[in-house]
Design a protein around this ligand. Structure first.
Ligand code: HEC
Length: 161
């Protein structure tokens, strides 16, 4: 009876100590590691001296990726003149007269067409007419590019567009 009484507190104290060490030190270690992690992130952040520079950097980071491509595509499109559009898209038929296309510089073939007016010619070139495919078959051409090619072709046949 007395043996049991002496033994019981001894065992209990060492168990409690182990429980305290295990129960407190492990979470404490975890907390220290988390705090160190956050402090490490904070140290890596060098604040920008100028708020304008900081703002520009934020905008650079959050800007949509696609924006860059849109600007690039526009830059290429702006460069095409009527002459260039003709060379790349219209020449195939309008240099040879294929399918009855009015040939470049052929005044007799162009004068009745020019008489319709620039707007009608551009509309026919954009929408297509009879054997003439819409936008010369290149859907990627803008209205402006088709119009400048029409102006180029009509002026080659003596129109004053
Ligand atoms: C696949 C052949 C082909 C290509 C490519 C082509 N054309 Fe034509 N185009 C024709 C034919 C055929 C006609 C005559 C249509 C008719 O009046 O029956 C024509 C007619 C036209 C006319 C006169 C329309 C009218 O109202 O009389 C214009 C303007 C014209 N083309 C502009 C263009 C331009 C600009 C391009 C290039 C972007 C182009 N074409 C590319 C075949 C072509």
């Amino acid at each position: 009876m007395s043996d049991q009484h002496d033994d019981f507190p001894k065992t209990n104290i060492s168990q409690v100590l182990i429980a305290i060490l295990g129960g407190l030190l492990a979470p404490l270690l975890a907390i220290i590691l988390v705090v160190k992690l956050f402090m490490g992130i904070d140290e890596a952040q060098v604040p920008d001296a100028d708020p304008a520079i900081a703002m520009a950097k934020v905008e650079e980071r959050i800007k949509p990726v696609a924006q860059v491509e849109v600007v690039a595509a526009d830059a290429v499109k702006v460069a095409l003149s009527g002459d260039q559009v003709y060379q790349q898209n219209c020449l195939a038929c309008h240099a040879s007269g294929a399918m009855g296309a009015p040939m470049l510089g052929d005044k007799a073939a162009w004068s009745p067409r020019i008489a319709q007016g620039k707007d009608t010619l551009v509309k026919h070139a954009i929408e297509g007419i009879r054997m003439m495919p819409a936008r010369g078959g290149n859907a990627a051409l803008s209205d402006e590019e088709v119009a400048s090619a029409v102006t180029y072709m009509a002026n080659e046949a003596g129109a004053g567009f």
